[in-house]
Every structure is written in C-alpha cells, then in structure tokens.
Design a protein around this ligand. Structure first.
Ligand SMILES: *[C@@H]1O[C@H](CO)[C@@H](O)[C@H](O)[C@H]1NC(C)=O
Ligand SMILES: *[C@@H]1O[C@H](CO)[C@@H](O)[C@H](O)[C@H]1NC(C)=O
Ligand SMILES: *[C@@H]1O[C@H](CO)[C@@H](O)[C@H](O)[C@H]1NC(C)=O
Ligand SMILES: *[C@@H]1O[C@H](CO)[C@@H](O)[C@H](O)[C@H]1NC(C)=O
Ligand SMILES: *[C@@H]1O[C@H](CO)[C@@H](O)[C@H](O)[C@H]1NC(C)=O
Length: 354
C-alpha cells in the first residue's frame, strides 16, 4: 500500500502545534486534554485522504450484535489454519488445546486480522512455541473515525474479549497461561481486557500502543490504556513515540529501538522499509510488530541496555549497563531499555557496540 508522504508532514505539524514539551513526564504529554480532539480530527483528515486504499470510513453506531463484529480465529500446531471459535463452541477441542498456553493477537485502528503482519505472527508463534494462537478480528469497528473508535469501540472489543477469555477459563485454561499481543489501539484493548480480568492475565506485549486519546486521565486515564497493572507482566516496544505511539512506555519492561522514535532506521530509507505502508511514521509504528515477531526466532536477538534516555545511550554511557532482549525471551526486568537496530532485515545491529 502506498501512502501519501503528506502523513509525516501533517503529523509533524500537529505535533509541533501541540508542542512537544516535557519529555520526561512519563506518558505522552504532547496532546493535552483539549488538543486530543484536534489530534483525532487530524488523524481522520490524513487517513481519510487515503480512502481509496482502506475503503471508506464507516459511519454511525454499529447495530449488529457484538459477536458479529468481534470474531476470534484460533489454532495451534495440530491445526495451523486458524478457525473461527465461539463462546460455548461445541467443537472447541478441534481448535484449541487448553492444556497449552494461548496467545491472542489484536490489531489496531483501520487494520484487520487478515493483514500480513497478523498472519505471519500467528504462524511464527506456532512455529517457535507449542502454543495456541487466536487472532481477534474487529475490522468493521476499527474502520470508523479515530475518536469514535478510541472512545467507544475499543471498549466494545475489550469487553467481548474479556467474555471470551472468561469462557475459556471456564473450559479449563488458566489465566496465567494467556498472553495478549496488541498493536496500537490493540495494545490499549489488551490493557482494558487485562484490567477487566483484574490483572491476572500472564503477559501482555504492547506493540507501539496508541497514544492519541489514551493519554490523559481526564479523557481516558489508566482504566482505558495499557499499563503494568493490567497483567502479571507487561512489555512495551515503542517505535513512534509522540506520533502515533505513546510518548513513553508504561509497562514493567519498556524497549525503545532507535530511541523509540520515528523514523525507525529501516523506515528512513523507503527501499529498506518492512511495512505494508510506505509512510515513515506508519512504517515505524508497524516496525514494533516486525521486531517482536522476528525475535520469536531464538537466533534473532535484539540486545538492549538499561538506560535513562536515548541521548545518554548514544553517548555510550549505558554500554556496560544491564543487557536485556526484546520479545518473549526477555529477562522480564522492570525498567527502560534502549537499542539501535539496522536498516536491513532482520534489523539486528550490524556493528553492535555492546
Ligand atoms: C454459554 O454457556 C453459559 C453456561 O451454560 C451460559 O450461561 C451462557 O449464556 C452461554 N453464552 C452464550 C453466548 O451462548
Ligand atoms: C497435537 O496432537 C497431539 C496428538 O493428539 C497431542 O499430543 C498434542 O498435545 C496436540 N498439540 C496441540 C498443541 O494441540
Ligand atoms: C484488510 O486489510 C487489507 C490491507 O489493508 C485490505 O486489502 C483488506 O481489504 C482488508 N480486509 C477487510 C476484511 O477489511
Ligand atoms: C473480519 O470481520 C469483518 C466484519 O467485521 C468481516 O467482514 C471479515 O470477513 C472478517 N475477516 C476475518 C478473517 O475474520
Ligand atoms: C459513544 O457512545 C455513546 C453511547 O452510545 C454515544 O452517546 C457517543 O456519541 C459515542 N461517542 C462517539 C465519539 O462515537
């Protein structure tokens, strides 16, 4: 998909109007409660211009029952073709093995579960781990304006996801064996569902969690966005901070490839982009999914160092600090970890300094 280069320019303008001020304020601070509306409107204006690529935004309230709008597609090594799975499924045993762990993959705004990144991630998960996988498809609810999706539809999805998980728990799976992997608004949905389940889910991986409209207590607050209280362990991989992603990670363990900023190294040069979107910010935003997926392969290691911030990392002050790796093989240590990635797949550093 080709995206107009104006997205980067427009978002940068919006960002500068909102004023990237106190960078040390923890979570995204650039969109204050008044400017969230402007930002959501700008996101809509920019993405609305791409209607030929994504189809029209849908309008009005959704009238279908939730089970038609939020669907679960599950499988495992014995059944790698993902099959639709229901609450009170009469054929659950052919789709899931509840003696094994289960990972959900949850897409974000304007996205859907047939996108390549979701499909390859599901296949790689089954390849590298003996686990069940369920893709969550909420594509029609995701194709509305940003504000409506952020404010209303994520709650619909997270509450139905909660219900599905509660059903699976009644069928015999332990909450500790459940993992959510959510990208962008899918990360915020993971946080909401995790909270509904009282933080008893095993793990949540938040891949560049969506920032706009999820940041400020007055608008949304902790109850609506992912943070470390939503699961026993929460890892975030931040790749477009202060743009589409949050300004800073709020998990137990937070990774910042290339400082967490757009453009990610590979996204600065279009020919090395790994994304289905050519735009630098979208490419960077999606790069979190690529790094997480590639790191499922134990041979691909993204080594990071505990550090206070990106400038100190660049000045090599953190080269002897504790090391940690992105993804499912991380040490699960609390803190902030920085690293550089290369422009070429598999994006591991060419000349690692540490
Ligand atoms: C699923 O089964 C439970 C227990 O039998 C029942 O209470 C619930 O209404 C059922 N839900 C659906 C969606 O069929
Ligand atoms: C696959 O099937 C085998 C044999 O029936 C069983 O032992 C194994 O647990 C199954 N694995 C999964 C992930 O369902
Ligand atoms: C899913 O996304 C792809 C890529 O944007 C698009 O081509 C496809 O039509 C979408 N499918 C649905 C069901 O929305
Ligand atoms: C996803 O859901 C939409 C409706 O919300 C449906 O049109 C589409 O076929 C579904 N695709 C998959 C793979 O579930
Ligand atoms: C959210 O849902 C409420 C209740 O259905 C509705 O009144 C409100 O307009 C919706 N907000 C948006 C932004 O769609």
């Amino acid at each position: 998909m080709k995206m107009s280069p104006s997205l980067s320019v427009l978002l940068a303008v919006v960002a500068s109007m909102a004023g990237i001020g106190g960078i040390n304020c923890g979570l995204l601070d650039m969109f204050n409660t008044n400017s969230d509306y402007h930002l959501a409107a700008s996101m809509d204006a920019v993405f609305g211009a791409l209607r030929n690529d994504i189809g029209n935004f849908l309008e009005g309230n959704i009238k279908n029952p939730v089970e038609k709008e939020v669907t679960f597609w599950c499988g495992n090594r014995n059944s790698t073709q993902l099959k639709q799975t229901f609450v009170n499924d009469t054929d659950l045993d052919s789709k899931l093995d509840l003696s094994k762990p289960l990972t959900f993959i949850i897409h974000g705004w304007l996205d859907n579960s047939t996108r390549i990144w979701v499909k390859t991630m599901a296949q790689d998960m089954m390849k590298y781990a003996d686990t069940n996988v369920c893709g969550v498809n909420w594509s029609r609810l995701a194709r509305h304006n940003y504000y409506q999706v952020a404010m209303n539809h994520t709650l619909i999805v997270s509450s139905y996801l909660t219900k599905f998980v509660e059903y699976l728990r009644s069928a015999g799976i332990d909450l500790e064996h459940i993992t959510f992997v959510g990208h962008s608004m899918g990360a915020q949905i993971s946080g909401q569902a995790g909270k509904n389940l009282n933080g008893k889910i095993g793990k949540i991986y938040g891949l560049d969690p969506a920032g706009p409209c999820f940041t400020f207590p007055r608008d949304r607050g902790l109850q609506y966005r992912l943070d470390s209280s939503d699961a026993k362990f929460v890892q975030m991989i931040v790749t477009s901070r202060f743009m589409i992603g949050v300004g800073a990670g709020d998990g137990h363990e937070n990774f910042y490839p290339n400082g967490g900023y757009s453009p990610q190294t590979n996204c600065a040069i279009p020919v090395t982009s790994d994304a289905e979107f050519a735009d630098q910010i979208m490419c960077s935003h999606l790069h979190s999914t690529t790094l997480f997926r590639l790191a499922l392969n134990p041979a691909i290691v993204y080594r990071a160092r505990r550090c206070v911030n990106w400038p100190l990392y660049l000045l090599t002050f953190c080269n002897t600090n504790e090391a940690n790796v992105i993804g499912v093989y991380s040490k699960q240590k609390a803190g902030h970890f920085y690293l550089r990635t290369s422009a070429f797949t598999p994006f591991t550093a060419l000349f690692p300094t540490n």
